[in-house]
Design a protein around this ligand. Sequence first.
Ligand code: URA
Length: 208
Amino acid sequence: MSKIQLLRELEKKIIADTSLPLRESNLVFGEGNVDCSVTFVGEGPGFYEDRLMRPFVGRAGKLLDELIRSIGWKREDVYITNIIKRRPPDNRDPLPEEIAAYSPYLTHQIEIINPQVIAPLGRFSMNYFLPEAKIMRDQGNVFRIDGRIIVPLIHPAAALRSTGVLEMLKRSFKKLPDIVSGKSGTEESKIPPARAAEEKSKKQARLF
Ligand code: URA
């Protein structure tokens, strides 16, 4: 089966899964180039995303589009999705149990697309991949998890609220082409604290 067919099957499974939370909202599965190098993963759909059933089509989405264009790419070159696939009421933060409920579907979606780089947008998405990371400390840094590169980025909605934060996001975004082409990010394999702690305890265990 092609990636597109596999993703269609996965979408059907989400639709059929009556145990999922937030079923009163529309499904925003994700869209883009299934053969992309970079997949952006946001938090969850907002008002416009719910209406149009497409990710990042509101103000934050317009900024994301601009940022993608600013590095010479097109929105159609990348894949865009969210950790939770349906809008929480009043755009509230996703609850841990909502993230957990949609997690197997996101995992499968990423396995199918198999991107070289995942760019989580915002802290919820970043912490999904890097539980111990801190957004202002770790945004724009390169992490390697299970053979994939993770580059957490500030959520575009947060960048819309502050020019300083927007500049930070722009600077980090500009690193993406070199990370994809392997010109940067290869030498510095920064280990996130959770993994670092795990490695340390493994080393210590080997000492005894
Ligand atoms: N914010 C997100 O995290 N995701 C969207 O799809 C839109 C806004």
